[in-house]
Ligand binder design. Structure first.
Ligand code: GLC
Ligand code: CA
Length: 560
């Protein structure tokens, strides 16, 4: 296999901040930029290289900043441009980098472009968005939005409909307009000139709409799919090449695209030879586990080892030698990883959180840590609808429960497992009121388990999840095989153990992970032996793995 080309973003560990829930500096219950700046030493101590901030631009917050009303202004609740400059400076002063969230598939319906656009068919901004006439007294086609309901909204003034693949307050931009594209590229250059270090590109696979035909309908579903017409199209790749030439070239930026798709589809974006972006987030190991039924993502499906391994191995080997990868389990759109893939009971939470972290940080690709994951933070497990804030939850309730199609208790159970607010509860800093997140009333209730899951305790405890992450990150920084080694799947049929190796030059890592709460036999334990590089147990028995044990051996590569 061809040696990997070196790059700083391949050697980096990225930490995702969800600013609203990270740290509140002024007591209004909402996290903000000065709050981030005040906690940079915590991230530096952890070993983080790159910070990715979810959107911090002006927004009415229908979808917590993923609905931008002004790309050149900071969200009032988060602070000012001066706060931003100070934060960026403080990040750079510590040798870290900042990646911003680029949300350009859609804007907020309060963006001036949209306010102008909806003034009428003759508006000079009309073609900044996607307007169509209705059909047979209804919307232009059968597409459903990602957040339930039709993807079209009628505007009474002109009688036309506009497209919104997400909430109706998030109208889709029309990338076919050269003026719009130039406006977006100018905005991107503005932030690069300020000195940011990269972009995480939201919903980027959907920018190129190719036709407006009715989409296929899953049996039982209420709406058709926009996928064939709007996702991973040739047009999307053409726009991204224009972006590369007009907005990215000339700056040393890290780019990561967010788009659900197959290995072949995502390879095109991140192809090491001529891809438009550095790497892509794939969704199959999270959304792919529960997706597909008539309720979309809502279901009782778990995350069994056999499925997770099949999917992750497919991505690891499928991208190898062709494209760089991302590795992650959690983000602001997913439940907490220890609750979903591990075991968040008191007995196994710490062990299983470390086991999952070992898996991610030993795989090939850039690891992304989602805030609080390094503490083993868990799902919120809300029991009432009113506890949620997320637009996705309310839209799903409206579509399925309010209409009588699904039982409310069932839906609440799905939410408790999968809703995005599970990962959006405030960061648990210490044992003080509201977990030290705010002196006011937090915008989303704090998880009461902050009394025993919090940063202040864990930073001092050498056995904490936090200290274990620190060790994993240190290994990446000091051990090139962790970054550049070839991924080799092992024991692919084992019902309990996830195992793989990494090889580079004369070095071999053997990674063994017990995904169960029982002791299991594992024959590779003795063969793979060598020096124990890291483990979540202090002692080891040959041929046996303890519940949720993770162990990594470093040995000489096997010849051949
Ligand atoms: C992405 C974001 C998600 C947001 C959506 C619409 O999936 O990660 O939080 O709701 O795009 O912008
Ligand atoms: Ca605040």
């Amino acid at each position: 296999m061809r040696a990997e080309k070196r790059a700083w973003w391949k050697e980096a560990v990225v930490y995702q901040i969800y600013p609203r829930s990270f740290a509140d500096s002024n007591g209004d219950g909402i996290g903000d930029l000065p709050g981030i700046t005040a906690h940079l030493d915590y991230l530096k101590d952890l070993g983080v290289d790159v910070i990715w901030c979810s959107p911090i631009f002006a927004s009415p917050n229908r979808d917590n900043g993923y609905d931008i009303s002004d790309y050149y202004a900071i969200m009032t609740e988060f602070g000012t441009m001066a706060d931003f400059d100070e934060m960026l400076h403080a990040i750079h002063a510590r040798g870290m980098k900042l990646v911003m969230d680029l949300v350009v598939n859609h804007t907020s319906d309060r963006h001036t472009w949209f306010l102008e656009s909806r003034k009428g068919k003759d508006s000079p901004y009309r073609d900044y968005y996607i307007w169509r006439d209705g059909k047979n007294g209804g919307p232009p086609n059968n597409w459903g939005s990602v957040f339930s309901g039709s993807a079209w909204e009628k505007d009474e003034a002109s009688g036309q409909y506009y497209l919104h693949l997400y909430a109706k307050e998030q109208p889709d931009l029309n990338w076919a307009s050269p003026r719009l594209r130039e406006d977006l590229f100018r905005m991107m250059r503005f932030w690069s000139e300020k000195g940011i270090d990269g972009w995480r590109m939201d919903a980027i696979g959907k920018i190129g709409k190719e036709n407006f035909d009715d989409g296929p309908i899953v049996p039982g579903a209420l709406f058709g799919s926009f996928e064939p017409a709007c996702h991973h199209t040739e047009t999307t790749h053409r726009y991204l090449r224009l972006m590369r030439e007009n907005a990215l070239a000339g700056y040393d930026l890290m780019t990561v695209g967010e788009a659900d798709g197959t290995v072949e589809q995502l390879l095109r974006y991140a192809d090491a030879e001529d891809g438009e972006l550095d790497m892509m987030f794939s969704f199959e190991h999270n959304d792919g586990l529960n997706d597909g039924g008539e309720l979309g993502k809502w279901s009782d499906h778990g995350a069994p080892l056999t499925d997770v391994r099949r999917i992750l191995n497919k991505w690891q080997t499928g991208l190898q030698g062709k494209a760089w990868a991302t590795v992650y389990l959690g983000n602001h759109d997913q439940p907490r990883q220890v609750s979903r893939y591990g075991n968040d009971s008191e007995l196994f939470r710490t062990r299983s959180a470390k086991m999952l972290a070992t898996m991610i940080h030993m795989m090939r690709g850039t690891p992304y840590i989602y805030q609080g994951e390094e503490l083993g933070m868990t799902n919120a497990y809300y029991t009432q609808l009113e506890q949620y804030r997320d637009v996705e939850v309310y839209n799903a309730w409206e579509q399925w429960v309010a209409s009588g199609l699904v039982d409310g208790q069932d839906m609440l159970r799905y939410f408790a497992r999968l809703a995005r607010d599970n990962a959006r509860t405030p960061m648990q800093w210490n044992r003080e009121e509201n977990a030290g997140f705010t002196t006011g009333t937090p915008w989303l209730p704090v998880n009461p388990n902050y009394l025993f899951i919090n940063a202040a305790d864990q930073v001092q405890d050498p056995d904490s999840v936090y200290s274990y992450y620190k060790q994993l990150i240190h290994l990446r920084h000091t051990c090139p095989v962790v970054v550049y080694g070839t991924f080799i799947p092992l024991l692919e049929d084992d019902p309990c153990v996830y195992a793989f190796a990494r090889e580079m030059g004369d070095q071999r890592l053997t990674v063994l992970l017990n995904w169960t709460d029982r002791k299991v036999r594992c024959k590779t334990v003795s063969e793979g032996s060598g020096q124990v590089l890291i483990s979540n147990y202090p002692t080891h028995q040959t041929g046996l793995l303890q519940p949720y044990e993770a162990i990594v051996y470093l040995s000489a590569a096997q010849p051949g």
